[in-house]
Design a protein around this ligand. Structure first.
Ligand code: C5J
Length: 219
C-alpha cells in the first residue's frame, strides 16, 4: 500500500478505495468577476492552487484513482439558497445577480463552472452542492459508498470554508482524509496556515496534511 510522508504521521492508502476530491475549483471563486471577488477577495491567491493541482490530477488519472469534482451553487430560482446565505453581508453583487461571468453562483452559468485547466472528464462525477460542505443536500455519501471509497485526498478552495466543512464531516462519517497543502487555497494567508494546522493538530484530529510533490511520488 502506498504511504506518503505527512503531518502528523505517514498516511497509508489503498488506491482502489481512495478518491481525489476536487472542491469548487470554479471560475466564480478563482477568477475575477465572480462570487469570490464580489465579497472583496483577491482571487489571485486562489490561482496559485491550479498548477500543482493540475499535476496531481494528472498523476491521479494516470494511476486510475477515482476523481470527484464539486461545485457550489444554486438553482436559477434560488429555491435552494436560504435567505441567511443570500442576504448575508454587503457584497458588491449578491448570489443570482448578473455578473461578468453570468449570474453569480448559479448552476449552468459560465462562472459557476470549473476552470478549464481542471475540466472534469466525461466519467468523473461532478457533485453540485448548495452549501459549503460536500455532503449536505448531495449524493456524495451514496456515490462514495457505491465506489467503495474510504479515503479521500482533498483539494480545492477555500481551505477554511468548503474544504474544512467537507473534511470535518468526512471525518465524522469515517473517511480518512489527506489534505494536500499546495492544492488547497485561501484568500487569507493566515487562514491557509491555520486551516492546515487545524487538520493535523492533536494527532490528526481531522486528518493528515502533505504537499503534492510528496504525494505524487507515491501515487
Ligand atoms: C466559499 C468555498 N468560500 N468553496 N466557498 O464561499 O469555499
Amino acid at each position: 500500500m502506498p504511504t506518503v510522508d505527512a503531518s502528523p504521521y505517514p498516511f497509508t492508502f489503498q488506491p482502489e478505495s481512495t478518491a481525489l476530491l476536487i472542491i469548487d475549483m470554479q471560475r466564480d471563486f478563482v477568477e475575477p468577476g465572480g462570487f469570490g471577488e464580489t465579497l472583496g477577495n483577491d482571487v489571485s491567491k486562489l490561482q496559485k492552487v491550479i498548477p500543482p493541482l493540475v499535476r496531481l490530477l494528472g498523476a491521479a488519472r494516470a494511476a486510475g484513482l477515482a476523481v470527484i469534482h464539486t461545485r457550489e451553487g444554486h438553482v436559477p430560482d434560488l429555491s435552494d439558497c436560504p435567505p441567511a446565505k443570500l442576504n448575508r453581508g454587503a457584497p458588491s453583487m449578491r448570489i443570482g445577480d448578473p455578473g461578468p461571468k453570468g449570474r453569480i453562483l448559479i448552476r449552468g452559468e459560465y462562472g459557476h463552472d470549473i476552470v478549464d485547466d481542471l475540466k472534469p472528464l466525461e466519467d468523473e462525477p461532478v457533485i453540485d452542492k448548495p452549501g459549503k460542505g460536500s455532503f449536505y443536500a448531495t449524493n456524495l455519501s451514496e456515490l462514495l459508498a457505491a465506489k467503495g471509497i474510504t479515503s479521500l485526498i482533498v483539494t480545492g478552495v477555500t481551505t477554511e470554508v468548503c474544504v474544512h466543512t467537507t473534511v470535518r464531516e468526512a471525518n465524522d462519517r469515517g473517511f480518512e482524509c489527506l489534505v494536500v497543502s499546495d492544492c488547497v487555497g485561501s484568500y487569507f494567508d493566515e487562514f491557509q496556515q491555520v486551516g492546515l494546522a487545524m487538520v493535523a493538530a492533536q494527532g490528526g484530529i481531522f486528518g493528515w496534511v502533505t504537499p503534492s510533490d510528496k504525494l505524487i511520488e507515491v501515487i
